[in-house]
Design a protein around this ligand. Structure first.
Ligand code: ZN
Length: 190
């Protein structure tokens, strides 16, 4: 599936909105992105995860792991396509940890997956968990890389969609200068 076909899915499901937005960071942007809107639809989840499963299909993988909550849906689907075990890490007192009896054995080959990466913080944390078990990080698979390839996990990595989300402080926002109001995503239908 090519990038324009993918973008069409993201736009059709309102996962990618174009306009003038007030982000939670307080910055303004001409784009807003909510991956969960795509993942509502199983057939789209299958399509966007296939890019990652195909990339890693010849790698030696025992387990797929993802950080909760965003990564769970895509990690589960990628694991399903690769027919491998799937586990997730979740936050307890700000730290990502393994709960629910999930375990990683020494020498296990682990693929880390995530839905959206901006700075890669959660993925780096999961990589640390895998390394702390003396297991191997085989690679990283991401659905949307908002850093446009700038975040480097130092292992083979692939993303379904690469984009650069440009944002501005209000005083420097060209959309404000044009006089259109900034909308807080989710507060009304665009
Ligand atoms: Zn603005």
């Amino acid at each position: 599936m090519n990038n324009s076909k993918l973008l069409e899915i993201f736009e059709k499901t309102d996962a990618l909105l174009n306009g003038h937005f007030l982000l939670t960071s307080g910055r303004h942007s001409n784009q807003y992105f909510q991956c969960a809107k795509v993942l509502q639809f199983p057939e789209h989840t299958t399509s966007v995860c296939r890019v990652i499963a195909d990339f890693f299909k010849d790698y030696n993988i025992d387990t797929v792991i993802a950080p909760a909550i965003g990564g769970i849906v895509v990690g589960q689907e990628i694991a399903r396509q690769l027919n491998k075990k799937f586990i997730f890490a979740e936050r307890e007192n700000k730290d990502l940890i393994l709960r629910r009896g999930f375990e990683i054995s020494e020498g296990e080959n682990v693929l880390v997956c995530e839905d959206v990466v901006t700075t890669g913080g959660s993925v780096f944390e999961v990589i640390d968990i895998v390394k702390s078990k003396n297991a191997n990080v085989v690679g990283v698979g991401i659905i949307v890389d908002r850093s446009n390839g700038k975040v480097d996990f130092d292992v083979p990595q692939v993303s379904t969609l690469q984009m650069e989300v440009v944002s501005y402080i209000q005083e420097e926002c060209p959309l404000c200068e044009e006089g259109t109001p900034a909308i807080k995503p989710g507060s009304r239908k665009i």
